[in-house]
Design a binder for this molecule. Structure first.
Ligand code: GSY
Length: 160
């Protein structure tokens, strides 16, 4: 079994319901066990800033799938939830990103692991740190990476 971390988020429609449906679809797969789920976070948009705030979480899974099969299943979930994404970096119904997959480091035309922009993104690192305090990413402790990110643009939602 492998351990992987996925970032999930969206900013179109019912954000919480879309994230919950994505988590349920992960749980439905016979070769995936969802082992930890972060809190929900309201997060300022990164990339294209003239759009609504996102709702984001990070989940930890145990899986017998290989990274490409996992990527395909994540894409299926996005299709299943009728993902809308009108412009690159722009608003979207749901997005599932593979952040980490065991200790793998690789990069090809389909998949880059660790996710290439994850360490700059508070909306990824803050929920990830909540559920995985001892990770080392690209040789750096998660604690160090996370403390340099702007927490003010990422608000943990207490009652959702
Ligand atoms: O890569 C994920 C999609 N995305 C997000 C997101 O999930 N949250 C925030 N806050 N900004 C984002 N920009 C993009 S692109």
């Amino acid at each position: 079994m492998s351990r992987a971390y996925l970032g999930i988020g969206g900013n179109i429609g019912n954000k919480k319901e879309n994230i919950q449906k994505a988590v349920d679809l992960l749980k439905n797969h016979p070769q995936i066990v969802v082992s930890a789920i972060s809190s929900y976070y309201e997060t300022a948009p990164v990339g294209y800033t003239y759009q609504d705030w996102f709702l984001n979480i990070v989940v930890e899974i145990e899986t017998a799938l290989d990274p490409y099969a996992l990527l395909e299943y994540c894409n299926d979930i996005e299709q299943n939830l009728k993902r809308e994404r009108l412009i690159r970096w722009g608003p979207r119904t749901i997005d599932l990103d593979i952040l980490l997959f065991d200790e793998f480091v690789f990069n090809d035309e389909k998949l880059t692991i660790p996710h290439p922009r994850m360490c700059e993104r508070a909306f990824v690192m803050i929920p990830l740190y909540e559920i995985a305090k001892n990770l080392v990413i690209n040789g750096k402790k998660i604690e160090e990476i996370t403390k340099n990110l702007k927490e003010k643009e990422v608000r943990k939602v207490e009652n959702i």
